[in-house]
Design a protein around this ligand. Structure first.
Ligand code: GRF
Length: 194
């Protein structure tokens, strides 16, 4: 059974979909949800789903090294095989990534390599793109640049705003992330396209 820790910063809608997918014959189980923000709405949602949920408050630490040491201390008892970032708004250091090499994945709201970083939907609209989407990738020391495990594509519609496009992409994220997680738990690293 693959043990999965999920890291969040916000409402955690992707986290909820991941947790809900890991039931029955699924070869993975959620063991821990961590947030860098104590006020993240996702913490209560995780707890309501019966998953241990804790905050490691970034604001309580002087620097990233101290924060990551606390993150490691919170993760260690859960002994995760996989760390799934789901709206986790912190950049992990090269050292942290190296300690968990090949065992951290992230979901990003663009068709990488297009639009790493923030404001992805506004940038896709400004560029006049016909398609947008989301990517699940392995996390490496380079931001939003690790090997791609899956992508989900949605059309850009006439009159779209960043909000309307973002909602369409988020619905695709909710399909893609559980699909990629399941494949990983089954030992498959082949890319999925939705
Ligand atoms: C998603 O769009 C994800 O791709 C991005 O942050 C958002 C998190 O949403 N990294 P949620 O917290 O899962 O609802």
């Amino acid at each position: 059974m693959m043990r999965v820790a999920i890291l969040i910063s916000g409402s955690g809608s992707n986290m909820v979909r991941l947790i809900e997918s890991m039931t029955g014959a699924h070869p993975a189980r959620p063991v821990l949800v961590l947030s860098d923000r104590p006020g993240a709405g996702g913490l209560a949602r995780a707890a309501a789903l019966g998953v241990r949920a804790e905050a490691v408050d970034r604001a309580a630490f002087a620097d990233r090294a101290a924060f990551e040491a606390a993150l490691e201390a919170a993760l260690a008892p859960a002994a995760p095989d996989l760390i799934a970032l789901a709206g986790f708004m912190r950049i992990l250091s090269a050292g942290f990534v190296a300690r968990h090499a090949g065992r951290i994945v992230n979901i990003h709201p663009s068709l990488l390599p297009a639009y790493p970083g923030l404001a992805t939907h506004a940038r896709a609209l400004a560029a006049g793109d016909a398609w947008a989407g989301c990517t699940v990738h392995e996390v490496t020391a380079d931001l939003d640049a690790g090997p791609i495990l899956g992508q989900g594509r949605v059309p850009v519609m006439p009159g779209d705003t960043a909000e309307s496009l973002g909602a369409r992409v988020l619905a695709m994220e909710h399909r893609l992330y559980p699909a990629v997680l399941r494949r990983l738990a089954e030992g498959e690293r082949g890319r999925i396209d939705l």
